[in-house]
Design a protein around this ligand. Sequence first.
Ligand code: NI
Length: 186
Amino acid sequence: MAIYPIIIAPDPVLKQKSVPVERVDDEVRATLSNMLETMYRSGGIGLAAVQVGILRRLIVADVHWRDEDPDSRQPLKLVNAEILWNAEEDAPYNEGCLSFPDQYSEVIRPNEVKVAYLDEQGARQELHATGLLATCIQHEIDHMNGITFVDHISRTRREIILNKLRKAKRHGDFDGHVHGEHCNHG
Ligand code: NI
């Protein structure tokens, strides 16, 4: 098991589009395990491979785990996830992201989605997600298309967040950054 360093915005890698996985093999399974470990270590609820510099369509998520209770973990590993259907009804959520430490903003997204993906054995699965899981999966699928949560908010608000991160980077705040302890999202 390895912990990956997380890429912090602004960074051109986060705007790259990830490519589909052609075969779910041991390497893919190892990457998913490492991503999950990185996510737990960082206090996140979701992580896309692009956030650790791997441009493949891989997502891990676990929206209800609690740090003090290892039995609360219910990890999801999604390969080539795509949205098949989304509800017309929207819901707001105050989103954050492990690539945007300590930055949050309200994003409005459909409150329910149906997603197709490949599991760790390469079998096709479908998932009907509601609530926080629906938000999380849409946020992670966005990542694989080079889109981050700040692309859903006003330009003014986005610039405020990015400038804060630029400044923090200049100060070396994220040097050796593996995790943002106060982040609660992917
Ligand atoms: Ni994120």
